[in-house]
Design a protein around this ligand. Sequence first.
Ligand SMILES: Cc1ncc(COP(=O)(O)O)c(C=O)c1O
Length: 449
Amino acid sequence: MNRHQVVKQIKDEGNRQRLVDPPARNLSQSEAWWARAKEIIPRGTQTLSKGPDQFVDGVTPKYLDHGQGCHVWDVDGNEYIDYPMALGPVLLGYNYAPVVEAVTREIRKGTTFTLMSPLEVQLAELLVEAIPCAEMVRFGKNGADATMAAIRIARAYTGRDHVAFCGYHGCHDWYAITTSLNRGIPRFNAGLIHPFEYNRPQTLEAQFALYPDKIGAVIMEVPAEDPQENFLQRVIDLAHKYGALFILDEICTGFRWSLGGAQEYYGIVPDLGCFGKGMANGFSISAVVGKKEFMKELNDIFFSMTFSGETIGLAASIATIGEIRKKGVIDYIWQQGKKLREGLYRIKGELKVDVEIVGHPPRSGFVFRDALGNESLDIKSLFLQETHKRGVLFGGPVYLSLSHSDEDVERTLDVSYEAMSIVKKSVDEGSVDRFMEGQKMGAVYRSRR
Ligand SMILES: Cc1ncc(COP(=O)(O)O)c(C=O)c1O
């Protein structure tokens, strides 16, 4: 049904009955793989945010088989329009020809060698050209490699061990100790890591006051909201005033807010920057970049891995950056993200559902609120359930790609209208549970601060 038919049906039925369910999907292959995985893979998944507890267990498919553009097919053959886009990396689209061709050329030549590849130099030069703070570059495979390296650089340069942080930065010891998933990490790490709050510079200043001459790194990501009152520059100034380096974690914003990331978008120059996700359209590569004076510390820091110069990620990133430039990708994902957001707000206005679309058009997210105004994962679970049943795979973040066409956005809005109509009914009736067909989603971990 499209939005207009839904409105008619709701009117015809006096809004009393349940909306017609879409045809049932077979999810038996997903469940069969999961039964095997649970026995031999701890927590069943390699990436916590992809596990069944992050979606609606019993309704969301558990395993995907392939993708094309922004569409994905689960292992039972059901098709979806994808919005997490692999949690952000797939900026152009799945099976995107120019990147696949660039990678295939390298695969045929051999993908990792006894000596270095010139692609390392080529990609480093491209990043130096594109990213404001990048004078030197080193590569890793995951975002956590880059943030770990950046923290080591700052600690080495300043001779200080303490870190002030704001946001999420990966699974290594120094950050994971701040979460509820902190087993196996030496406890002393907890005493070295201090949180501060976005858009509240006084919370950073308070940490400098509590730990004078101890904090060597201030690391942050730019979350959903825009910085207020020159917040980013104020954080840089505070870091420098108190003798720390400023690291901008651009794992989510890089190659998305603009080619040069949030630093280019907001016109700031951090000391160091961390990039990953969108830089290679789904192939594995990350980068720590920064000013020469600081990056030179890596001459004497142990940051070396077998696969960090592997040519697949390098070639994919070079091809991806070429496409971003050639196809005007950044403008396009802003534009499509705006269309989606405006459509969702029209639906919200019409149905009076308490939902906010937070973040920027290229990467946003849903925040549903209950009758008391508290954020509700239960209501979000119902929304996800109803969109997944209708072939739109929403999850945590909503990432737009070059492959999200107007037709995809329109279809998503039709499906969202149906899903929000059901959300509205559940809220009016005061019971999400009555509408749930699977298990509601939970949080990946709890922050301990
Ligand atoms: C802001 C930020 N920093 C760091 C990371 C860690 O990246 P990865 O999971 O690739 O190690 C993430 C991952 O989601 C992230 O969002």
